[in-house]
Design a protein around this ligand. Structure first.
Ligand SMILES: C[S@@+](CC[C@H](N)C(=O)[O-])C[C@H]1O[C@@H](n2cnc3c(N)ncnc32)[C@H](O)[C@@H]1O
Length: 320
């Protein structure tokens, strides 16, 4: 194993620490396609990748063919992904792979990103709007509880693992009780992303964190294409994910892949999404994968006119 690369990658997802010792050997971008103005130029991205045992793949297609190349394999891929999480304790530490201590830094980083987006994209920072979010792959509702419910009037949760969703429902019902009636968790969908289609025009923000790695590239693209319909005009996606230094890393244990920033950008093009803004998460332990936040929009945002004073315009509607 190339330990320099391992150290330099300062990665590893918030999953089991035992995986630290199995970081793949090498990654190399062979070529990338470029996509302008939402148009997919090509999907012939040739990025080499590896699996968690250090085995190398020439490109993602080769890996996907092997892992999900026919209906049975694909069903098994998704079944084993969910089975992995079914064996995990329904707690913050559980959903963060034993790294519950990164919760505060994660929420802080997300909040700063979200606040910037609110003030740049919503008239008056969204203060007069009834705001609705969808928390995808929500786990036990950690993000909804610590962040989304403070900014959105309604939050829906989507999670395929029922014991996670049960815990989310329990803790958020209590939260609903404590908070005002105008900020609440509304719907709990026990469904995987690849099978979900949102109600048209329901969401201001669709938040996708630490779960998209479970989807194949094709399902990634079709999910975002379907989910666009679920956004209100002016709405956007936030994708927050681990990133590999280049190419991709297949995790055979939980049936997921970690993609590089280049790989993500290629997929955004295929989805017809505009990358409005991205930011690195700071303050995580060095041994973890680098984490990036992406704000994605179906269209370039129109410049909003700020009619109120600056103090108002920069403030989203937070429940105190
Ligand atoms: C690392 S946890 C993150 C949970 C939550 N997003 C958070 O940050 O607290 C990964 C989550 O993805 C969910 N997941 C696994 N496969 C999925 C799929 N196909 N669609 C949606 N979520 C999935 C798991 O059940 C688990 O809750």
């Amino acid at each position: 194993m190339d330990m320099d690369l391992f150290a330099a990658a300062h990665v590893v997802r918030p999953v089991v620490p035992s995986r630290f010792g199995t970081f793949p050997t090498s990654y190399r971008v062979i070529s990338t396609s470029v996509c302008f103005h939402y148009q997919v130029k090509a999907s012939q991205m040739e990025v080499a990748g590896s699996d968690s045992d250090g085995r190398e793949f020439k490109n993602a297609d080769e890996m996907w063919r092997e892992q999900t190349g026919d209906d049975n394999k694909k069903t098994q891929w998704y079944r084993e992904g969910v089975a992995y999480w079914e064996g995990v304790e329904a707690s913050v530490d559980g959903v963060l792979g034993g790294y519950g201590r990164v919760n505060d830094a994660d929420v802080k980083g997300s909040e700063a990103f979200l606040q910037a987006l609110f003030s740049e994209c919503f008239v008056d920072g969204g203060i007069d709007r009834h705001l609705v979010a969808l928390d995808c792959g929500s786990g036990i509702g950690r993000i909804t509880k610590n962040l989304l419910l403070r900014y959105f009037n309604e939050v829906d949760l989507l999670e395929p693992v029922s014991h996670f969703l049960d815990v989310a429902r329990e803790s958020l019902v209590y939260e609903n009780h404590m908070a005002s009636d105008t900020h609440k968790a509304t719907n709990f969908f026990c469904t995987p992303l690849q099978e979900f289609t949102p109600a048209a025009g329901r969401y201001d923000v669709i938040w996708v964190q630490w779960c998209i790695g479970h989807l194949t590239d094709d399902d990634f693209v079709s999910f975002f294409k379907r989910a666009k319909v679920g956004l209100k005009p002016g709405g956007f996606f936030v994708l927050k994910e681990n990133t590999a230094r280049s190419g991709f890393i297949l995790d055979k244990e939980d049936r997921s892949i970690t993609r590089s920033d280049v790989f993500f950008r290629e997929l955004f093009c295929r989805c017809g999404l505009h990358l409005y803004k991205s930011k690195d998460q700071r303050g995580f332990p060095k041994e973890l994968f680098a984490v990036k936040m992406y704000a994605l929009m179906p269209d370039m945002p129109k410049k909003i006119s700020k009619t109120r004073s600056k103090t108002h315009a920069n403030r989203p509607g937070i429940i105190k």
